[in-house]
Design a protein around this ligand. Structure first.
Ligand SMILES: [Zn+2]
Length: 428
């Protein structure tokens, strides 16, 4: 088997972990050329994402990153180009010896089936945990497919159930709310907020476990109960990742795989109420497993700490958890597009969520793609904006990008279906 490496010689250290992964080659692979993913992998695709994703069409042939989950079944398809024979989809498994380097090895070589004018490729993920793969398309001349790629679609069907529990983990002292709601009452409100927003969509929110980070004497960082925790300042890791994957020491099996909501006193960045990673990808610890929310926030100008009502904290918690479950903003912010590098994704692509054309000065011009260096983790902060946006048609949706004083109407049918499909992909 061929071994590949990028950058420099960290490959040998990871050889053993490669051999433990997905080693399933298509039987015809030995006869085929390989077209390796080109360096950088500047764009990523998420299963069941309905956004436009020009980047996926543009990079499927030469290197598009995929996040995949254990036991899931996937389908990639795109419009057949009648000027070409169908290419083979080559899949590569990525390893990240450091945050900024990766190595890769081919694990699949898949022929297309033509269905209704589309070339369709199906594959399973035999990983034990969340993993990162990359695509290329092999043309019949033995090099990268040169036909047109349009209408890209990436579907995933997960292997897990649709039950979700929550860990509310208080880091440092509880900051309270402007309407004097106790921590116990806030916990109940968060649980009810989840159940209400997801109602009727098939996700069953079982329970919420309340913890204090000070209980975790096993961690590198200590979280004393008498200290106000400021995410982004009190420790280096603004996501407090080490608190993800809460131990099941009490024998309650649901705790480890519950969604880890970290409640801090304040997030250090001005105007930020909370953040998570889009399609965070992990229940049970690791990067992307934590959702961070502040009870207070910094106003943007002047810089003043401002307490929130309990209902506002609940709204941010539901919003950020929506990102974790694969939901984009109903209307993208410029920051969303800049961090992903794909300016075609002006909205979430769902048919039943309206879009606010007043939100940002978008033009009708064709989209652009800007290469990014790390697309595995897209942080999604929720902001307080000075401009009033309450007249936007999507202002009442939980995934509206900024906090507005409009009563939430909960997730739409399509948002609930996407969140459920994402939850079923995540190992739990
Ligand atoms: Zn957001």
């Amino acid at each position: 088997m061929k071994k590949k490496k990028l950058f420099f010689a960290l490959f040998t250290a990871t050889l053993s972990s490669f051999l433990g992964g997905c080693g399933m080659f298509d039987s015809s692979s030995s006869e085929d050329a390989e077209v390796d993913p080109l360096s950088g992998l500047p764009f990523s695709a998420y299963p069941n994402d309905a956004a436009v994703n020009d980047s996926a069409n543009a990079y499927l042939a030469t290197g598009l990153m995929l996040t995949v989950h254990p036991g899931a079944s996937y389908t990639i398809s795109f419009d057949a180009d009648s000027n070409y024979d169908s290419p083979k989809l080559q899949l590569y498994r990525l390893k990240f010896p450091t945050d900024s380097t990766y190595t890769y090895r081919q694990i699949r070589n898949i022929s297309a089936k033509e269905v209704d004018g589309k070339w369709v490729y199906t594959f399973d993920c035999s990983e034990n945990d969340r993993a990162y793969w990359a695509t290329t398309l092999l043309g019949d001349d033995g090099s990268y497919y040169r036909g047109k790629v349009s209408g890209f679609s990436f579907k995933g069907v997960g292997a897990y159930d649709s039950h979700l529990s929550l860990n509310l983990i208080v880091a440092g002292s509880y900051g309270g709310t402007s309407d004097s709601v106790s921590l116990d009452s806030l916990s109940k409100m968060i649980l009810e907020g989840f159940r209400s927003a997801l109602s009727g969509g098939g996700i069953i929110v079982d329970t919420l476990y309340l913890h204090h980070a000070s209980e975790r004497t096993d961690l590198a960082t200590s979280y004393p109960d008498n200290k106000q925790w400021q995410a982004g300042k009190s420790s280096d890791d603004m996501f407090l990742t080490e608190l993800g994957g809460w131990p099941d020491s009490l024998g309650e099996k649901g705790i480890y795989y519950a969604l880890d909501l970290i409640l801090v006193h304040r997030i250090e960045s001005a105007g930020v109420l909370g953040y998570s990673i889009l399609f965070g990808g992990s229940l049970g610890g690791g990067t992307g497993s934590t959702v961070v929310i502040g009870t207070q926030y910094y106003t943007i100008s002047p810089l003043i700490e401002y307490p929130q009502k309990a209902s506002e904290i609940v709204a941010t918690t539901v919003h950020e958890s929506g990102h974790f479950l694969g939901l984009r903003h109903t209307t993208s912010t410029m920051a969303d597009m800049e961090s992903s590098g794909d300016f075609s994704n002006k909205e979430d692509g769902l048919d039943d969520t309206p879009y606010c054309s007043d939100y940002l000065p978008f033009t009708a011009s064709s989209s652009t793609l800007v290469k990014r260096s790390d697309v595995r983790f897209l942080p999604m902060p929720r902001l307080v904006l000075s401009k009033s946006l309450s007249s936007c048609p999507d202002a009442s949706n939980p995934m509206f990008p900024s906090a507005v004083d409009v009563e939430s109407t909960g997730f739409t049918v399509e948002q609930k279906a996407l969140a459920k499909a994402t939850l079923e992909l995540y190992k739990h």
